[in-house]
Design a protein around this ligand. Structure first.
Ligand code: NAP
Ligand code: MG
Length: 484
């Protein structure tokens, strides 16, 4: 299945409510990672397109969008959520073709996008300021106002979910957004613009400029007309974004990488824990910021947990996204090389088990059999660096203090899981761990649109999801009135 059947034109940028060809007249190929085939092309947006998009966003704020009341913004977002739900299977198929995500997982992303639209659609008119008791003769109140133009630069691994938590929250607060999706994953971002147009989102509120990071992305980051940047992606690019934002003295939200641990204590309910331990490593072929790539296990149950995980690994089937197996291809040949390179030097560790690429998987696809690795020291690069592929390391610990120290012993701090039947211990460990989210006897809470999310350390700063995102996408103004 190689034909793309789309309800929008993928070769256009969406700027100021219009579908326009990229100013430079250049295009980039769309690759299907399951086959390696080119299945279409997208616009190669550049500085001139970003310029037009920022101007359109400013015009939108000065015009109809800026005057749209909060409840009406809510209605529009809610309509968009309904439109996404009506197209869930279609969006899933498009995403599967574009980024190699197995259909069920792609469908879950589309459903999550709808949930974000529902959540933020419902929240638009429920964000309020305060009145503050002050001196005699004064009335003081606060206003929550949009930043203005928000820039959104997102990665290829969960385009729909990240659009949901970033762009829809910005729109809910009345900002005008310019979105630069990842070159490898532009289709659902363009689909989102089409859905916004059909739902009646006023011109300029949302602008989408597909293109390369170093071109469209860099132009957006450096643009003096942008008032806030929300970036989700790698640590290396995150540093560039923060530096560029410093030049314009604007706030940034950085959602970067992770090396998230799950701590399995000797009293854990292993029957419940095991599916979470493995799924958190292989979901989306491990190309997940909150992937749990380190499994820390009490030494007394280490061999048992390793063997039970290995059993599951041996049963994993890897193949074309459209066949909807456990694991799809990696997003690109480059990603396949990066992960393969990590596995070429196990630093004293050994492969405990691997999944299997199904026979007949197209030879041009970027397949990699998931790998479970044991015997790796906590300071080895396999246990320190974000691999971004279906690879997990299992590391023993002797006591709670060592478990916490190892969990905290990387430069990242995104998510952690704790498995123990001792309630006191889970709460103690939750406090001691340095991450933005901690899950006790679960991992990921099924996505959690409502739950604030973000990192500490090199995993980034700022929070998206939940109401917290709305505070991040707004500015607080204090008004002090003297009336005598
Ligand atoms: P990436 O290489 O950093 O790219 C992310 C985005 O930045 C893409 O749109 C990219 O454009 C753009 N970009 C690249 N260079 C740029 C520049 N000089 N200026 C402005 N923009 C630029 O990350 P990725 O490989 O797509 O995604 C994987 C990473 O994202 C992992 O580290 C993962 O942990 C992280 N991630 C974090 C979260 C989180 O919430 N914490 C969620 C998902 C992913 P092009 O790709 O089109 O060139
Ligand atoms: Mg692609």
């Amino acid at each position: 299945m190689t034909k793309l059947d789309l309800f929008f034109d993928p070769t256009r940028c969406f700027i100021g409510g219009k579908w326009v060809a990229p100013a430079g007249g250049e295009y980039l190929p769309i690759e299907n990672p399951s086959t390696g085939e080119t299945i279409g092309e997208i616009a190669r947006g550049q500085a001139a397109d970003v310029e037009a998009a920022v101007a359109a966003a400013q015009a939108g704020l000065a015009g109809a969008w800026g005057k749209t009341p909060a409840f009406e913004r809510g209605r529009i977002l809610t309509r968009m959520g309904q439109a996404v739900l009506a197209r869930v299977d279609e969006l899933a198929r498009i995403e599967a073709m574009d980024v190699g995500k197995p259909l069920k997982q792609a469908r879950a992303d589309a459903v999550a996008l709808a949930r974000y639209l529902e959540f933020y659609g419902g929240a638009c008119d429920k964000i309020m300021g305060e009145t503050i008791p002050y001196l005699d003769g004064y009335t003081v109140y606060t206003l929550r106002e949009p930043h203005g133009v928000t820039g959104h630069i997102i990665p290829w691994n969960y385009p729909m979910q990240i659009i949901g938590r970033s762009v829809t929250a910005a729109l809910a607060m009345g900002n005008a957004a310019v979105l630069k999706p990842a070159e490898e994953a532009c289709l659902t971002a363009i689909a989102f613009a089409k859905i916004a147009e059909e739902a009646g989102l006023p011109a300029g509120a949302l602008n989408v400029v597909p293109g390369l990071g170093e071109e469209a992305g860099a132009a957006l980051t450096a643009h003096p007309g942008v008032n806030h940047i929300s970036f989700t992606g790698s640590l290396a690019v995150g540093e560039l974004i923060q530096r560029a934002a410093a030049k314009n003295v604007i706030p940034v939200t950085l959602e970067l990488g992770g090396k998230s641990p799950q701590l399995v204590f000797e009293d854990a309910d292993l029957d419940r824990a095991l599916p979470f331990l493995v799924n958190a490593g292989i979901q989306n072929a491990g190309q997940t910021c909150s992937a749990s790539s380190r499994i820390l296990v009490h030494r007394s149950i280490h061999d048992q947990v390793l063997e039970r995980m290995a059993e599951r690994y041996r049963a994993l089937r890897v193949g074309p996204a459209i066949d909807d197996l456990d694991v799809g291809p990696l997003v690109s040949g480059r990603q396949q090389e990066i992960v393969g390179e990590f596995l070429s030097d196990l630093g004293g560790g050994e492969i405990a088990a691997r999944g299997e690429v199904v026979s007949g998987a197209p030879t041009g696809g970027h397949y990699l059999a998931p790998a479970l690795v044991s015997g790796v020291k906590p300071d080895n690069r396999l246990a320190q660096d974000e691999i971004f592929g279906p690879v997990q390391v299992v590391i023993p610990f002797d006591d709670e203090a060592e478990a916490v120290a190892t969990a905290n012993g990387t430069e990242f701090g995104l998510v952690a899981g704790v498995w123990s039947r001792d309630g006191g211990r889970t709460m103690r460990v939750a406090k001691a761990i340095r991450t933005g989210q901690v899950f006790l006897n679960n991992y990921g809470a099924g996505g959690g649109v409502e739950l604030p999310f973000g990192g500490v350390g090199k995993s980034g700063h700022g929070r998206e999801k939940g109401f917290e995102a709305l505070y991040g996408f707004s500015v607080l103004k204090t008004v002090a009135a003297w009336h005598g």
